[in-house]
Structures are given as C-alpha cells and as structure tokens.
Design a protein around this ligand. Sequence first.
Ligand SMILES: *[C@@H]1O[C@H](CO)[C@@H](O)[C@H](O)[C@H]1NC(C)=O
Length: 453
Amino acid sequence: MTKFLTALGVLLALHMASSNKLVCHMTNWAQYRPGHAKFTSDNIDPFLCTHVIYTLATINGLNQISTIEWNDQQQYARLNNLKKFNPALKTLLSVGGTVNGMSPFIAMVARPESRAAFIKSAIGFLRTHNFDGLNLAWEYPAHNGSPEQDRERFTLLVKELVAAFEKDAKDTRKTQLLLSANVASIRDTIDRAYEVKLIAPHFDFINLMTYDYHGHWEAATGHNSPLYSSSMDMGNHVHHNINSTVSHWLALGAPAEKLLLGFPSFGRTYRLTTGSAGLGAPTNGPADAGPYTRTPGFWAFYEVCNFLTSAHTEWIEEQKVPYATSGSSWVGYDDKSSFSSKVQWMTGMNLGGAHVWTLDMDDFSGSFCRAGSYPLINHLRMSMGFSPKPTTTAAPTTTRDPIADFCRGRPDGLYTNPADKGTYFQCYLGNTYLHRCQPGLIYYDSCKCCNWP
Ligand SMILES: *[C@@H]1O[C@H](CO)[C@@H](O)[C@H](O)[C@H]1NC(C)=O
C-alpha cells in the first residue's frame, strides 16, 4: 500500500511539473454578439481554467495603458471578483491591437522614457483593478510597420517589465505580477520578431498562436490548426503546423515548460469553386459569415456544430484534425478528438500547458451544441488530467436547500458531508463548494484530507 501511494505521489508530482496550465482568453468585443452568443465576464466558469486573460487593452498617446470598451472597468471587476469563488484563479490583462492601423507598441518601445512610462502605468493599472499579470499581444515586432530594431526593443521592454515587477512585489509585499505574451507560429515571423533565447526566461508562460496556419487568403483548402504537416504541403507550407512551430521555438532555446500550445475554439472557412471538396481543393475566398460572429473567414465552435448537423465530415489522419463540407462551404475546425490528439502530443513534449483562443467561441452557454456548457474546454481540461471541478451549489431561488445553505454563517474551511463520506464541503465567503475525493478514498476531518477507508 505504501509503495502504491508513493508511486501515486510520484505520478502526481510528475503531472504537476509538466503540462499544468490551462490559460483561457476572453475578448471584450464578444459582448456585441447577438442572442445566446453575447459573452461578458459574467459567463466565465471560475473553475474551468487556471488563468483567464482579458483581451484587449491598448496604449494611448501618452504611453499609458488604457481601456478600449465603455464597460471594460465594469467587466474587469466582474472577472476579478471570480477569485472570491476560486482563490486559485489567476487573471491577466492583454495589451495590444492597433491604433490607426499601427501597433501602439511601436512608439512606446522606441525610447527608454516611453517604455518606463508604460511600465509604471501598467503596474498601477493592474494593481488598481486586481489583475495578477500582463499579457503582451503585439503582432509583431519588426512587422506591419514596426522597424527592424523593434526586435531588440521588445527584448528591452520584456527585461524592464520583469525588473519593475520584481521591484513592485518587494515594495508592496504582494505576489509578483505575471508576464506572458502571445507569439507567432510561422518560422520567418518568429526569426524576424524575437530574440527567443533572451526573452523566453523572463516570461511566466508564452502563448504560441498555433492556429491561422491556413485560411481563405489562400487559393486552396487547408486546415486552421493541424498537428502535423500534410503530404500535400509544398514549399514553406511544410512548416505550417504545430509540430513544426514548437520544434522551432525549442531549437531557438525556449524552455519547453514555458511554451503553451494554442487550442482554437474556432474553425476557418472557404468557398469551394469546383466539385472537389478535399484537402487542397480550389477556393476563392471565405464561406458566408457565421450568424453570430458575423465575420467572413471563421466560425466559432458553436457555429461549426450547427453546420455539422447537415454537413459531411472527414478526419485528416495525417494531421489529426477534422474538416466538414456542405454545398460550396468548407471548414477546417477542432473538436474533442483533435483536442485529445494535441493534448497527448503536448504532454509528450513536456510543454507548460494549453491556452485557448477563446472562451467566448466555445459553446459557453450550452445553447448550441447540446453537449453542456463549454464542451470543448471542459474536454480539454479533462484530457489534461485536471481533477474534477467542484460542484457549485448555487443559492436556491425558491425553496431553501440544505446543501446550498451549508456554509451560511460558517468560517472558511473544509467540512465533512454527513450524507456522503466520498465528498466534502469547502466553505469560502459563505459559498458552498462540494468536492469529491479520488475514487476509493473518503474524507477525514482529522487531517482535512481524503484517505483510504
Ligand atoms: C515533427 O517534427 C520533428 C522535428 O522537426 C520531425 O523530425 C518529425 O518528423 C515531425 N513529425 C511528423 C509526424 O511530422
């Protein structure tokens, strides 16, 4: 028995040491989608992800971090309030986007004084709104009007940010702010944009944007986020896949445990031009926009699952991802099976975990796919081996519920569930959470832990 427990402990420790982050992005433009697709901070499940990144904030003309939407501050407060329900949840604010078609990072990184002004404003803003960190979303240094020197200036920004975060933590005696970035997946872009060896050690985690490998800007169908290359890939396209991107980041000196694999909760669409509907079939642009995302070229997962009810689906065995066609519409998307394949590969590579683009494109409300709320991300969470989420016993609206009321007036802590020894209650700020022990174990109040009967 002791041996078994030791082995179990080693396994758990190994698991904790590797792919243990599940970072989820939310976007502040998803609030404008109609009907059941409207998404705000209030739609977040506080127990689904380890980190939530609020996208997007920007940088103003005075190099200060600043809001974009009229209700950002309200949404920050709703998001960060979720930490009262799940104290382990971490939140980050993402900064980026464009102002008049240009990245606001370009002017900010150009001079030491403007970088210092940005860093000071960012720390103050994150602390004021109770965020745990900052996410840099610059697409990309040395691209789209950003000069070649921005590669080095980005390195300076990263180093100066971390030094300032360290100092802030010492001065305020608070936990140090986290730093992460969303980074490129195409080899030429990576090489031109980043000094990988110099920046990687400073990030808590690096979100590889391992999607958008193919889309309607090309003249033939290809998958949004394939795990491996296809035998049909020609020229540089042999590198338009997850395996190739991650190999490149590792070869450039990024530590595996800092890299998070990007899982898309969306698919990319094409309009077919001939009777051919396979991989590499001729196309001329995107399929019709989805009724909720209303942007031609991609469909949210909840739009894909509606399309699937009348489409023909195929699994691309070489690339471990599915596509679907109906009439002249073609979509390369991700589902539970492709997420499982990618998780298996990701854990084998000892990466730091997963990040999902985005919470608001999964079927978060459960109204579209008939598979419960957040079907894709819940599946991802489960495939990564996280323990089951605590069941939140929501406050009853009509009748008094003895379980939901259990924690009312009790101090925070763990308590025996007299009705079921295999479970226990956690009280936090008067809210009741029901946790389940691992199969075969029961809860002991003497150690506040689960153990063998
Ligand atoms: C994955 O990438 C590695 C390193 O570049 C390569 O050797 C291997 O063949 C790739 N695997 C597949 C299945 O394409």
